[in-house]
Design a protein around this ligand. Structure first.
Ligand code: 5AD
Ligand code: SF4
Length: 362
């Protein structure tokens, strides 16, 4: 007999109630059906390939004070660093020489000219090293359109700016209420990235205090409506030195946040068949093989950290960030073996652009 879940999964288009019903699934057999459907769609539209992005965490300095984040400006116990140019280029070179096809530069949000110029210079040098085919993704927060343009001119082609939550009320519960943390401005920044021709990515945290299943359904609808090209989303994780930690008692157990995150990935894949979806590091923080579970639920991107090992422990957005002692070579060896078992392989040497973006351009 067909269950309610079977009926929803057979539909051409999901409505809000369908999404809520899918997100509410607890039964393992039923959720496996959702993951399986999403994985089949991923295979059909993207193939059995997983694309890599070599992640460089350029600096853990940040001008903002998001209430959930371990490296927020007000956290005085963070040992702040800025990588020198050689360290950044070494990381990029490692990714290029090992055929990753793409790099990501991520940092806290800093808006002064000397910083934004330095980033432009780094992008330019990395692009020169990697050639036209290299994908360069930025994850450097909200900036003025002129800055986004400058970075695009230097050679960046993708940008990841998470909306964190599409519910404006919830947004202000997890951010301070001031000009630096303004929901409308964030939306505008996301829109300007799209207007400037970036492959545009966003994402949310899953299992935040005060967040409901309806909020999460609306997040997915937001992504679909915004016609986003790429998504990076994962479970919200506790960090002791943050203001939001006073609500830790309201959180779902980590195992449920993990399960919800996989459902979010799978449902998004069903809704947006040809976008790039990352299996986030935060998944790995909760479960061994968390990332692989993400892939089996429809994700197709993995972002191995290629930063110098010394910096990894200083970029702690949440407690127990995984992989801070693992070097990149052994990470990839491990990943290859695991993918092999799953029937997936790494898309070596190609940028792995968002198919969705490519068809949007046509
Ligand atoms: N748990 C999970 N994700 C977090 N981020 C920041 N702090 C946390 C946390 N405590 C995510 C945000 C941000 C990205 C860089 O990291 O979504 O956009
Ligand atoms: Fe800064 Fe990003 Fe952390 Fe917010 S989430 S405090 S912008 S690093």
């Amino acid at each position: 007999m067909k269950t309610r879940i079977d009926q929803i999964l057979a539909k051409e288009k999901l409505n809000r109630l369908d999404i809520i019903t899918l997100l509410s699934v607890k039964d393992t057999q039923e959720s496996e059906k959702i993951f399986k459907k999403a994985y089949e769609i991923k295979k059909e539209y993207i193939g059995n390939k997983v694309y890599l992005r070599g992640l460089i965490e350029y600096t853990n300095k940040c001008e903002k004070n998001c209430l959930y984040c371990g490296i927020r400006a007000a956290n005085k116990s963070v040992d702040r660093y800025v990588m020198d140019e050689k360290t950044v280029l070494d990381g990029a070179r490692y990714a290029i020489e090992n055929d990753y096809g793409s790099v990501v530069i991520q940092s806290g949000e800093i808006c002064n000219d000397s910083y934004t110029d330095k980033i432009a210079e780094l992008i330019y040098k990395i692009k020169q090293m990697g050639g036209q085919g290299l994908g360069i993704t930025l994850s450097l927060g909200e900036q003025k359109p002129e800055v986004y343009q400058k970075w695009k001119d230097a050679g960046a082609n993708r940008y990841l700016l998470r909306i964190e939550s599409s519910n404006e009320e919830l947004y202000y519960k997890i951010h301070p209420q001031n000009d630096k943390h303004n929901y409308q401005k964030r939306l505008e920044a996301l829109q300007s990235l799209k207007d400037l021709g970036y492959q545009t990515g966003t994402g949310v945290m899953i299992g935040l205090p005060f967040q409901t299943i309806e909020d999460l359904a609306n997040d997915l609808i937001f992504m679909k409506k915004f016609d986003i090209d790429m998504v990076g989303m994962g479970p919200y994780l506790e960090h002791d030195q943050t203001p939001l930690s006073k609500y830790d008692h309201l959180l779902l157990p980590q195992s449920q946040r993990f399960h919800l995150s996989l459902l979010m990935i799978a449902i998004l894949r069903i809704m947006m068949k040809d976008i790039n979806i990352a299996a986030s590091t935060a998944l790995q923080a909760i479960a061994t093989n968390g990332r692989e579970h993400g892939l089996m639920a429809g994700a197709n991107i993995i972002m191995p950290n290629v930063s110098d090992l010394n910096y990894k422990p200083k970029y702690q957005l949440y407690n127990n960030k995984p992989g801070i002692t693992e070097n990149s070579d052994s990470f990839i060896e491990n990943l290859k073996n695991k993918l092999n078992i799953l029937g997936e392989e790494i898309g070596w040497g190609v940028a792995g652009n968002s198919r969705h973006f490519q068809s949007r351009q046509k």
